[in-house]
Design a protein around this ligand. Sequence first.
Ligand code: DX5
Ligand code: ZN
Length: 220
Amino acid sequence: MIKIAPSILSCDLSRLDQEVKLLEKGGADWLHLDIMDGVFVPNLTIGPPVIKALRPKTRLPFDAHLMIANPGKYIKDYAAAGSDLITIHVEADRNPGRTIDQIKKAGLKAGISLKPKTPASRIAPYLAKVDLVLVMTVEPGFGGQAFMPAMMRKIKTIRQMIDRSGKAIDLGVDGGITDQNVDKVTASGANFIVAGSYIFKQGNIAKAIKLLRQNSKEVC
Ligand code: DX5
Ligand code: ZN
């Protein structure tokens, strides 16, 4: 099943609770929270206090995408704030396996993400442990960038790795996804779609989510 996870990075942050309610009403499956520390990526966003404040405002599950160095230090904080899924970057952690174990021990789903230049093989050792692989289809750090078509091959490769594993792991794509390319990424095997600027630029959140779903090609 295709899952749509809108990123709040491009929403009107002064009306965050209202935007989140519109996403929920509009048919989002997950809420994608982009956490940046100014170290792993050259930008800063939100942290646990904002997640905690949002938690009572919606029933949507929280997908915390940690673009931070040494994520293992902060798993407790992101779990306590109300995350349901925590995704770490394979490049950001000396021992991703241990951090994934920490996430699972906290009773949450765990994801592993990789930057555009990182080969698919880097995530292979963690496939047995994760619930989601998140392929970055832009260089992480900012919303509103253009999708990198060269990532299509990586999406296909990781879909094959997942299928071979026999596990029900979601394959996500994050960055530059629109109603014009969602068909290709889903046909290549992605089933978890993160979209930020596309959803908030449309002027109608529900319509944008619907279009993403309509244009998706369910292959898994
Ligand atoms: C990029 C973030 C993404 C991104 C999505 O570092 O992880 O979630 O902001 O936004 P769009 O859809 O605008 O690329
Ligand atoms: Zn993200």
